[in-house]
Write a protein that binds this ligand. Structure first.
Ligand code: FRU
Length: 465
């Protein structure tokens, strides 16, 4: 078969054409999940940034909409959106709550935070050209705004990239902002900081933990961009970390995640699935597009013997995409990559074992995943089409805490692999550009006694239109 657009994902969001990067303005309103994003409507490279727009009622099937915010005197860089239920901003028409977006207006000499509002559920937007927040700085961006009920105020986390600082500010009307505190430099500082988020999650015992996350570029675990987080407390003024900085994702291609605002019951985020190190060189531009979003993931905190850690799991809505289940045993299992697939393996923990999945095409191993008692590793070899991708070939590893039972859950979708081990304690996201279509998985195990199948694979129904 002719491979016309072999890297276009089947169950991940990507627009019909052109360049995307960060997700922006994730907000849930009236039963609709909104996904705005950095979008260049003219090319498959960064520039002329607009906010593109897609909507979904299940986080899985996305429908591309018209552009929400267009470049004008400035480009529309990253930011967030909220539902202003009480019309604190006065931007509403008094009948229904406005959606209010807070984004960075970018010119070659300035970055400042601006407001736009929508009265029709996010379709059309009115700009409010009075700058919300302008410090006359070249680098000052990515405002993430959320409602903080205990202090009855809006809180904004925004970065000073070069200084490696996250500034927290407070407002009662989304217009006038008072500075509260500065976090950083801290943790990894080998690159500029971008796209902060600050949000609470509950652990299994119902105890609240605040998560502060920030991306950096370069300085990630493998040299390109990466994302780190701290767990701690937020008293309405200052974030106080209780942990050192850890990586959110141990792969190469999870960047600029933000969480949905106003989601009841749970925390969900997704990210741009790429790395600034090679984003402009990924071999999809021939098919007219560059960039996709990760799967949406529920974010939680789990308290292990070692203390609290962030956990991420693909949203349960994805299970509705599963088609006929097939068993996976040690040995070779053929499948077709003209569809996305989910894999789930389970085995009892022990002090010495090895489980390896090798995804093979006619050209050989295109990517492999290995789990040993204290570590999971993804190996991504150079392929015939990745020569121009600096930093593509390599091994990406995540540590694992001691566990009684192991679970390896994995999504393979055309040009991406997302790996979740140990209930989402270790997560790796990696783009993938196979030379040939992957046709089979080799499951190799050592130190395990299994007469039965180790798990299952499911072809997934495509979600793209
Ligand atoms: C992160 C980022 C943001 C910026 C946007 C521009 O990937 O560099 O800091 O707002 O992308 O597209």
């Amino acid at each position: 078969a002719v491979r016309q657009d072999p890297y276009r994902p089947h169950v991940h969001y990507t627009p019909a054409a052109n360049w995307i990067n960060d997700p922006n303005g994730l907000v849930y309103f009236g039963g609709v999940y909104h996904l705005f994003y950095q979008y260049n409507p003219y090319a498959s490279s960064h520039g002329h940034m607009h906010w593109g727009h897609a909507v979904s009622t299940d986080l899985v099937h996305w429908h591309e909409q018209d552009i929400a915010l267009a470049e004008g005197e400035h480009q529309i860089f990253s930011g967030s959106a909220v539902v202003d239920w009480q019309n604190t901003s006065g931007l509403g028409d008094g009948t229904s709550p406005p959606l209010v977006a807070c984004y960075t207006g970018h010119t070659s000499s300035n970055q400042a935070q601006y407001l736009a509002s929508s009265q029709d559920g996010g379709t059309s937007w009115t700009l409010h050209p009075d700058a919300v927040l302008d410090r006359g700085k070249l680098d000052f961006r990515d405002p993430k705004v959320f409602w903080h009920a205990p202090t009855a105020s809006w809180i904004m986390a925004v970065v000073h990239p070069v200084e490696r600082e996250i500034e927290l500010l407070r407002s009662t009307d989304l217009r006038a902002w008072t500075s509260l505190s500065i976090f950083g430099p801290a943790g990894a500082t080998g690159g500029i900081w971008e796209v902060p988020d600050l949000f609470p999650v509950l652990d299994d015992a119902g105890h609240e933990h605040w998560v502060l996350k920030v991306d950096l570029n370069p300085g990630g675990p493998y040299g390109g961009s990466g994302v780190q987080y701290w767990l701690g407390d937020f008293d309405g003024q200052t974030f106080m970390p209780r942990t050192p900085a850890w990586w959110v994702d141990h792969g190469q291609d999870f960047y600029a995640a933000i969480t949905w605002h106003d989601l009841p019951e749970r925390r969900v985020w997704l990210s741009w699935m790429s790395n600034w190190q090679y984003a402009h060189h990924v071999p999809t531009a021939a098919a007219g597009w560059r960039g996709a979003m990760s799967l949406p993931r529920e974010v939680g905190v789990r308290v292990d013997l070692d203390g609290p850690v962030l956990v991420q799991r693909p949203v349960p809505e994805l299970q509705a995409l599963r088609q006929a289940e097939r068993p996976i045993s040690a040995g070779i299992t053929p499948f077709e990559t003209d569809q996305a697939h989910e894999f789930l393996l389970r085995w009892p923990g022990s002090n010495s074992f090895r489980v390896q999945l090798e995804f093979r095409s006619e050209a050989g191993i295109e990517v492999s995943v290995e789990v040993t008692p204290r570590e999971v590793a993804v190996r991504r070899p150079e392929t015939a089409v990745t020569a121009g991708l600096t930093g593509y070939a390599g091994e990406h590893r995540a540590p694992l805490p001691p566990m009684e039972d192991h679970e390896l859950r994995l999504f393979l979708d055309a040009s991406s692999l997302e790996v979740f081990v140990g209930g989402g304690r270790a997560v790796l996201t990696d783009l993938l550009f196979p030379a040939q279509s992957i046709r089979e998985v080799w499951c190799i195990t050592e130190g395990l006694d299994h007469r039965e199948a180790m798990g299952s694979l499911w072809p997934l129904s495509p979600t793209s239109e």
